[in-house]
Design a protein around this ligand. Structure first.
Ligand code: ZN
Length: 155
């Protein structure tokens, strides 16, 4: 249920495990064993996990910007993308910067000529750059920051 939020948190540099296949008991065990914070939109799971001593967070909010704001407020997450610590949204591996010369056929020629900085996921091979979607990423993060301010005023 939180696939989109997972991708966001990885881009922001957080080590996020995501699964739709595990049942509540398995999720709780993994969270406890690996000392992870369990993020869920399932109130029952949240309550079960908390009762078992797992650090859990019940995610509310309709938009990604609202959800990110809640997490930022609760866990002090920085709402900035730092490519030095950013993770692959697909597979959670830290991306690394690569030189244009080594990209080869992985990216279209027009993209290569237009952008200078590229990053690659060493695990799945996905190449990233700050393309047109980057404006949208920044807008969402700005909206999230605005929401953090609102949350602080409320409390
Ligand atoms: Zn990857």
């Amino acid at each position: 249920m939180l696939g989109k939020l997972t991708r966001w948190l990885r881009i922001l540099g957080h080590n996020i495990k995501y699964s739709n296949d595990l049942d509540d008991a398995e999720l709780t065990v993994i969270a406890k064993k690996e000392r992870r914070i369990l993020l869920t939109r399932d109130l029952e799971l949240y309550q079960q996990a908390t009762a078992k001593g797992v650090d859990a967070f019940y995610v509310e909010g309709k938009t990604e910007a609202e959800r990110l704001a809640q997490l930022a407020e609760r866990f002090g997450i920085k709402l900035e993308v730092d490519m030095a610590t950013s993770r692959c949204p697909k597979c959670n591996t830290r991306v690394r910067q690569i030189s244009k010369e080594t990209i080869g056929e992985k990216v279209e020629k027009s993209t290569l000529s237009y952008y200078d900085e590229f990053w690659e996921c060493p695990k799945c091979g996905q190449v990233y750059w700050r393309g047109a979607h980057w404006t949208r990423i920044r807008k969402t993060l700005e909206a999230a920051k605005g929401n953090v301010e609102k949350l602080r005023k409320k409390n």
